[in-house]
Design a protein around this ligand. Structure first.
Ligand code: JFZ
Length: 422
């Protein structure tokens, strides 16, 4: 069955096989690329608390600095993202070649960035007074992008029975299990019901950090999601090896091809939630190469941005995303709707395939332009450079058990050139 031994799959997940699951996952398997958005109260302090620089990822600031919930929750009075524009955000994803968007409806801090009748710690309590998730749902529908929610089902540092806040609450009390179950039944489930009822079709519910959640609780959440929206897929961080697909650890890419559905979630700098002081940006080139590596091993890439509390996606993030989009525009054929290609063991090239074609993504261009590939086991009709308007046919010859393709000496694409073999 599935092989989840690679260290990239620390969070684990199993999928039950079946036609229903295949139906749900069909679009996702072709989509390859999604936009992750971490946005919440933590976007306001943005990594600094009372003038102090706080180590670690931005959305964990309350935990890292053990900020009392009474103090932290005052941030609701300040949350007023006047620059938020759903159309702009969705357009960025669209132009970047991303086919789905997943946004934090509730992160570990417990704040719900949507209108909820369950509890009061939500967007209605802020001066903003609108529901950004509703606007995004409508806009995604307009621009034909799938829409989904991140929801922290176990950790909740605001709810007294949620997991993780040991500075305000003493969770070693006798009723811990019972209380946590109370939180799941009467808080988490009603939230999920709202999210899967009030926003039209929801493509993904993305759970996280399962920790103490029991098998029964995970199963009940999974059943609830599928009952409310049979087409909604659920990620593996639901816990207890349940869910429709596996998530790797953050930014982790497995070493080899995997024979199950999986996704890498990654950051462009070092944080998920916006952090003023984090300027450690990855280059667009590295992100594209990581993306190709992931797709060649059968995975999807969910790439994160952390908008400011004003509602602006940092310019550096937008720049990188658009550069990925530029590359993708010319190379869509070798990415979307493909499956992993026949050559998996070479570092300088990553391959994908369709029924008719094999796509060689050349990460390191050979100085003489000669690509030496192992025998592909099929007869080659034609070789060309993907995106070459003139469709120039390249010469190739068989040599012992190799195929040698003569390409231009200089790589035609400045980032990654793709050679298409028909
Ligand atoms: C979790 C969150 O705690 C974090 O804030 C962010 O939302 C991220 C996407 O997910 O962090 C994790 C979860 C799992 C691993 C690492 C970080 N893991 O398995 O390696």
């Amino acid at each position: 069955m599935t092989n989840r031994n690679d260290p990239a799959f620390r969070t684990g997940s199993m999928q039950r096989e079946g036609a229903m699951r295949d139906d749900r996952l069909n679009w996702w398997r072709e989509a390859k690329f999604g936009l992750f958005i971490h946005w919440g109260l933590y976007s306001i302090p943005a990594g600094r608390w009372k003038g102090k620089f706080i180590e670690g990822i931005g959305e964990w600031i309350q935990h890292t600095d053990r900020i009392p919930r009474k103090e932290y929750s005052k941030l609701v009075d300040q949350f007023n993202p006047l620059e938020f524009n759903a159309k702009k955000w969705v357009s960025i994803a669209k132009k970047s070649g991303q086919k789905y968007i997943i946004i934090t409806a509730k992160h570990h801090d417990g704040f719900c960035i949507f209108q909820s009748n369950v509890g009061k710690y939500n967007i209605q309590a802020t001066p903003f007074g609108k529901d950004p998730l509703k606007e995004l749902a409508i806009e995604c529908n307009r621009q034909d992008i799938k829409f989904g929610f991140y929801y922290s089902q176990t950790q909740d540092w605001f709810h007294p029975f949620g997991n993780g806040n040991d500075w305000d609450f003493d969770h070693s009390m006798n009723n811990q299990d019972k209380n946590f179950d109370d939180y799941v039944q009467n808080y988490v489930k009603p939230h999920i019901r709202e999210l899967l009822t009030n926003y039209g079709p929801i493509a993904v519910i993305w759970f996280d950090t399962p920790k103490i959640i029991t098998n029964k609780q995970s199963q009940e959440l999974l059943d609830l999601c599928h009952r409310l929206q049979p087409n909604c897929i659920v990620n593996g961080r639901l816990g207890n090896s349940l869910g429709d697909y596996c998530s790797t650890g953050d930014n982790a890419i497995p070493n080899n091809l995997q024979n199950f559905d999986w996704e890498t979630c990654g950051t462009i700098n070092d944080t998920w939630g916006f952090k003023i002081d984090d300027n450690n940006w990855k280059s667009a080139e590295d992100l594209i190469k990581n993306f190709i590596d992931i797709v060649s091993k059968g995975g999807n890439f969910l790439l994160n941005v952390g908008p400011t509390s004003d509602g602006i996606i940092p310019k550096a993030s937008v720049d990188k995303l658009l550069r990925i989009g530029n590359w993708l525009e010319k190379h869509q054929e070798s990415i979307y709707g493909t499956t992993p290609g026949p050559i998996q063991n070479l570092d300088w090239c990553k391959t994908t395939k369709t029924i008719e074609n094999i796509y060689i993504h050349v990460l390191n261009w050979p100085s003489n332009g000669k690509l030496v590939l192992p025998n592909l086991g099929k007869s080659i009709h034609e070789v060309s450079i993907l995106g070459d308007d003139k469709k120039t046919e390249l010469n190739f010859e068989n040599f012992n058990s190799d195929v040698i393709i003569q390409c231009p000496v200089l790589p035609p694409d400045p980032i990654v050139t793709v050679v298409k073999i028909t």
